[in-house]
Structure formats: structure tokens, C-alpha cells
Write a protein that binds this ligand. Structure first.
Ligand code: ADP
Ligand code: ASP
Ligand code: MG
Length: 406
């Protein structure tokens, strides 16, 4: 009989101290039997990764990416060693493995490396020996033997990539909430847990700021059709299934509301309105390695126009510098910028076939006197850039306006 293979991922919030590590170990062994092999992916304990990052910036304003990866990857090495010890204390064979020891092969883009493939030989050897595998999440190794990390929240991606490599029957994501909610349940207590959500909707929600799952992990799960079960490590309650298509016969218009406070806005004033100008601006910004998101350009009546766009807050300084240099070359005007903005978004597959969703969103924001600075849409989402200090209330207002608590 073929054995059942289970991948479980425990986030940092689930392994924040020794007590929690022991509790997680209890949970892991409760699933182990002679017909089930278990591979666990674990994140760094609680805020370890943030703390390591802070420490690095106390030493250097501009730490080298290579050493940053070497540093950040240590968090998961600690938690995986401790968790394997805790499992063994319960009388079960267990082995802790780093990304390097497993063979999580990545490209060499430090801090946001892409996974090429995950070797299953070491894991299968451990399974054969009857061991529960505990793998350090978030980290990989290049062909040249350099240690990399997979971007913040990257243990989700480690889990999905591992599930694919060892052909797991299930991939469970354990966190500190009982599943995926209509919006962040810590911000909106009325938020409702979803029984199911599609890969497309989850990808959109994650990309637009719902930190509960890393967006890239959902892309991979979607590509290989690996259903994910997001649930709590603190209870036995069933969580949310992330799947290709849900059981609902017709999609609801709006499934969730998300916000993102990590963007900033740049405006290049008085840009000459002629062919090739936008291309020059955004080419220069792309060459600086900055991802541009919402872009707004007005029609000009004076042969000059303003162009506004958003960038991640962490890239703002770099983007301003490039914008200033380019503005001088193309004879545009001054550069304005603001960090006091945020994005609020609604997401739902049913948007493709329901009319009037945008109007309802704008109307709800207008009634609360929230000014919309920029708008962007995709097939299944609508986002508004608004003032940072209004964004939490905007999430609550939209959650209510679309009756998501029901
Ligand atoms: P982990 O340490 O398990 O990786 P994260 O902190 O990365 O956990 O993600 C879990 C958190 O995501 C929750 O505590 C919750 O506040 C937040 N969150 C944001 N949006 C949602 C949502 N739509 N549904 C559930 N949780 C959400
Ligand atoms: N520890 C890493 C982070 O905090 C990876 C993860 O938790 O998924 O981003
Ligand atoms: Mg996470």
C-alpha cells in the first residue's frame, strides 16, 4: 500500500517559544502512523527575522544581500533544530534539515530567490528510516553553493515546493488564525472565515496585501494544482481550502477586502506630452530594480502632464533619485512624493460578471468622506489609493458595504 505523505508548515507565530514548539511537536506526532510520512516546514520563531534585519541595519546602512541571506536564514535553522529535538523527546525518530541539506535549489537573486527545484532524495531516505522530517523554511541554495532566502513569508513557498517535490497528498499551512477570512480578522472582528477560496482569489488577496499567505507560494500551488489547507496550530478546527474551483455554482462578486500600507506615491510634474516619455521614465525605474504599481497619467491640455505612480516604500529613495535624474533629461518639472498613502482593495472572481461593483466601492468611500487619489483594476479586483490614516476604516467600511460578514 502506498503511504500517505503529509506536508505541514508552521509559521513563526506558531513556534514563538519553547512551550509552543513542544505543542507543535505534539501535534505533528499525533498525525504520524505507519501509513503516514510527515515532512514539516518551519519558519523562524516569532519576530526573529525582523530582529535579525534590524540588527543588520544597526551595523550597516546598506548590508550586502549575500551576507543578509546568510544572516536571515539562521532563524529557521534554530527553529528546525529545536522542533526536531521536541519531536524526538516524544519518542519519535526525527531529522532536522536545512534548505541546503535537502537541496532546495534556487537562482542567485539574493533576498528573493526563485526556486528551481527541490531534491526529494534526502527526504525519501529519511522517510525510509521512519523519520519525521523537519525542514527549515524560507531558504535555499544556488548551484554555486550560495545560501539564499525566498522573500518575506517565504516558508509558505518552501512548503508548496516541497509538497510538489515529494508528491504530498496534502499540504497544510498552520498559522495563528483559523483560516482565510473575508478580511484580516485582527482588524475587523466581524470578518468571516471562508470554507474555500480559489487560487486566483487568494493570489490576488495576497498580492494586494493579505499577509496570511505569501503570493508566490499561491502561484506555485496554482501551477501544479496543489490544494492548500490553511488552519490554526492552536485548535483542531477545520480551516480554509485554497483550491482551483470552489463548489459554489456561481461566484460571489466580492470575496474579500485587503489593504497594503507598504506603498508610497511619486509624482513627476509637467512631463512633456510626447511619444516615448513614459517609456523612458519607467525603463529607468525598472533598471533600478524597482517594481512600479499603480500608474496614473492625466490627459494634457497644455502639452505638459503629471504622471503619478506607486512603488514599495522600501524602494522610495531609489525611485525618487531615478525620477529626478530622468526628469532633468526629459525636461519635466519637480518630483513630489508621499509615504502617507495606502491601498485598499476588494477581490472576487464574480466581478467578471457582476456590474456596478466599482460604483458601490467608490460610493461607500465617498459617504465616509474618503478621497480616492488613484484607482487600479484587474479582472477580479479593484484598488483605491487613499490616505494612510484612513485605510483601516476604509477596510471596515467596504467589508460592511459588501455585507461580507453575512
Ligand atoms: P505565520 O507566522 O503563520 O506565517 P502570518 O503573520 O504571516 O503568520 O499570517 C497570519 C496573519 O495574517 C494573521 O494573524 C492575520 O492577522 C493576517 N491576515 C491578514 N489578512 C488575513 C485574512 N484575509 N485572513 C486571515 N488572516 C489574515
Ligand atoms: N521567517 C521568514 C519571514 O519572517 C519566512 C517566513 O516566516 O515565512 O519572512
Ligand atoms: Mg507568514
Amino acid at each position: 500500500m502506498k503511504k500517505r505523505i503529509v506536508v505541514q508548515k508552521y509559521g513563526g507565530s506558531s513556534v514563538k517559544d519553547a512551550e509552543r514548539i513542544k505543542a507543535v511537536a505534539q501535534r505533528i506526532v499525533s498525525y504520524k502512523n505507519k501509513n503516514t510520512d510527515i515532512a514539516v516546514v518551519v519558519s523562524a520563531m516569532a519576530d526573529t527575522t525582523d530582529d535579525l534585519e534590524t540588527l543588520a541595519f544597526q551595523i550597516s546602512k546598506n548590508p550586502a544581500d549575500r551576507e543578509m541571506d546568510l544572516l536571515l536564514s539562521t532563524g529557521e535553522q534554530i527553529s528546525c533544530a529545536l522542533l526536531a529535538m521536541a519531536v524526538r523527546e516524544l519518542g519519535f525518530a526525527s531529522v532536522a534539515l536545512t534548505g541546503y541539506q535537502v537541496g532546495v535549489m534556487t537562482d542567485n537573486t539574493h533576498l528573493k530567490a526563485r526556486v528551481h527545484h527541490v531534491d526529494n532524495k534526502r527526504i525519501n531516505k529519511a522517510f525510509k528510516a521512519g523519520e519525521i522530517v523537519i525542514m527549515a523554511g524560507y531558504q535555499g541554495i544556488t548551484e554555486e553553493g550560495e545560501i539564499t532566502t525566498l522573500g518575506r513569508g517565504g516558508s509558505d513557498l518552501s512548503a508548496v515546493a516541497l509538497a510538489k517535490a515529494i508528491k504530498a497528498d496534502v499540504c497544510e499551512i498552520y498559522t495563528d488564525v483559523t483560516g482565510i477570512y473575508t478580511t484580516d480578522p485582527r482588524l475587523v472582528p466581524e470578518a468571516r472565515k471562508l470554507e474555500e477560496i480559489t487560487f486566483d482569489e487568494m493570489l490576488e488577496m495576497a498580492s494586494l496585501g493579505a499577509q496570511v499567505m505569501q503570493a508566490r507560494s499561491i502561484e506555485v500551488a496554482k501551477r501544479f494544482n496543489i490544494p492548500l489547507h490553511v488552519r490554526s496550530s492552536y485548535s483542531r478546527e477545520e480551516g480554509t481550502m485554497i483550491v482551483k474551483t470552489t463548489k459554489k455554482i456561481e461566484d460571489v462578486a466580492v470575496t474579500g477586502v485587503t489593504s497594503n500600507k507598504n506603498e508610497a506615491k511619486i509624482t513627476i510634474c509637467a512631463v512633456p506630452d510626447e511619444p516615448g516619455v513614459s517609456a523612458r521614465i519607467f525603463k529607468a525605474i525598472a533598471e533600478a530594480g524597482v517594481n512600479v504599481d499603480v500608474i496614473v497619467q492625466n490627459v494634457s491640455h497644455t502639452r505638459k502632464t503629471d504622471i503619478s505612480f506607486t512603488v514599495p516604500k522600501t524602494d522610495l529613495a531609489k525611485a525618487i533619485q531615478v525620477a529626478e535624474e530622468t526628469s532633468a533629461k526629459i525636461k519635466a518639472g519637480q518630483i513630489l512624493h508621499s509615504k502617507e498613502i495606502a491601498r485598499v482593495s476588494i477581490v472576487g472572481s464574480g466581478m467578471r460578471s457582476h456590474q456596478g461593483i466599482a460604483a458601490r466601492m467608490f460610493d461607500a468611500l465617498a459617504k465616509a468622506s474618503i478621497n480616492i487619489e488613484m484607482i487600479s483594476t484587474s479582472e477580479i479586483s479593484i484598488s483605491c489609493i487613499i490616505a494612510l490614516d484612513k485605510v483601516d476604516s476604509a477596510v471596515k467600511i467596504l467589508h460592511k458595504a459588501f455585507q461580507l460578514e453575512k
